[in-house]
Design a protein. Structure first.
Length: 194
């Protein structure tokens, strides 16, 4: 169990609340997962842009090679931007599990924080998207009362305390069990029916 000073946490602890676990995504997996998810859309956009660039280069007698080179350069520049955005976002992604709730912080330029009370959690799903499978990772999706796994989309809602990306599979299973145990204990404490 970790001990924190108030100024270290980007949120206020409630009376009697303690931080039990602090989770960060696996860095390389987080960045590479985001890059793998971006490759196809970026490639499609670059091919479309490349056709226009190539036709324009050919029209002004620069040759098709210039258009193709510009298209490849465009692809690498856009992927470099995706890489930089993923690195910046990684620095903002952090999750805390307390004896009362699950709290998530995420963002790119700024950050936002939200939380889910433990007693409002109905399910915790371990997911493995294609990029996560390629990289040997898992993610957790926490389903609150009134929510469904469908509402989190194909890859999960990456802007929510409900989504824990880029976890080692064993850690994801341990975290799932820990949150379920804490939820059950919290329901007993608050008098909610299990």
């Amino acid at each position: 169990m970790a001990s924190y000073a108030k100024e270290e946490l980007p949120f206020n602890l409630q009376k009697g609340e303690r931080v039990l676990d602090e989770i960060e995504p696996q860095k390389d997996g987080f960045v590479l997962t985001r890059m793998l998810r971006a490759i196809v859309p970026v490639a499609v956009i670059c091919v479309i842009a490349g056709i226009y660039i190539t036709l324009g280069a050919h029209a002004v007698h620069l040759g098709i090679g210039v258009g193709i080179a510009a298209t490849v350069l465009l692809f690498f520049v856009v992927m470099l931007i995706v890489y930089a955005a993923a690195l910046i976002a990684y620095g903002k992604f952090k999750y805390w599990v307390t004896n009362y709730r699950v709290i998530g912080r995420r963002g790119i330029l700024g950050y936002s924080i939200d939380s889910i009370p433990l007693e409002n959690i109905t399910d915790i799903i371990i997911g493995r998207s294609i990029p996560e499978r390629i990289l040997g990772l898992s993610s957790l999706r926490i389903i609150p009362i009134g929510g469904t796994s469908i509402t989190y989309g194909k890859y999960g809602n990456m802007s929510s305390a409900n989504y824990f990306p880029a976890l080692i599979p064993d850690h994801a299973r341990e975290l799932q069990e820990k949150i379920f145990d804490l939820r059950n204990k919290r329901k007993k404490e608050t008098g909610r029916i299990l």
